[in-house]
Design a protein around this ligand. Sequence first.
Ligand code: AR6
Length: 177
Amino acid sequence: MKTKDINGCRIELVEGDITTQDVDSIVNAANSSLRGGGGVDGAIHRAGGPGIMEECRRIGGCPTGWAVLTGGGTLPARHVIHAVGPVYRDGRHGEPELLSGCYRRCLEIAAENRFESVAFPSISTGAYGYPVADAARIALAAAAGFLRSKGVPGVVRFVLFGKAAFDAYAKVLDGLE
Ligand code: AR6
């Protein structure tokens, strides 16, 4: 675990599985159809039960760079924010803005719903191919910027799958002013 305090809030980095996190909301790295998939998305729907997918079907879909909220089903987390990150091409097709917007929208949803704690995976860095060092810079800058201006939510946790992802985020957090 590695932490940094910003404006009375805390950014935490942990290595682990997001489906086990006991927080107000975890974030899913979903796709625009919200119909499920592999990676984090598959793990969340498996652990959370069919109720989450029923809610996703009712919502219908979500554009890239945006996010929607459902309940947490049988997960320890009370809610799931389904975020749709960009598919990485070369970084010159709006991917940084879309990825950053995705994190910002999740944090807005958390703030609007008065969530005290939210846990993110490393969005877009699996099937969607975003280089993890670049994605870590964007994710942590978005989180730090939001906390500096809004002062909520109290805990923003990044749950990194594997040591390589954890180390990439840790390096960026160390350099964050
Ligand atoms: N907990 C935390 N992180 C995880 C977990 C887990 N249980 N499982 C994987 N990761 P990905 P994307 C990490 O592919 O790149 C899906 O099919 C993984 O190591 O889940 O945004 C969706 O339906 C990687 O670092 O999401 C979409 O179609 C990170 O989570 C598409 O994949 C993200 O990998 C979205 O692709």
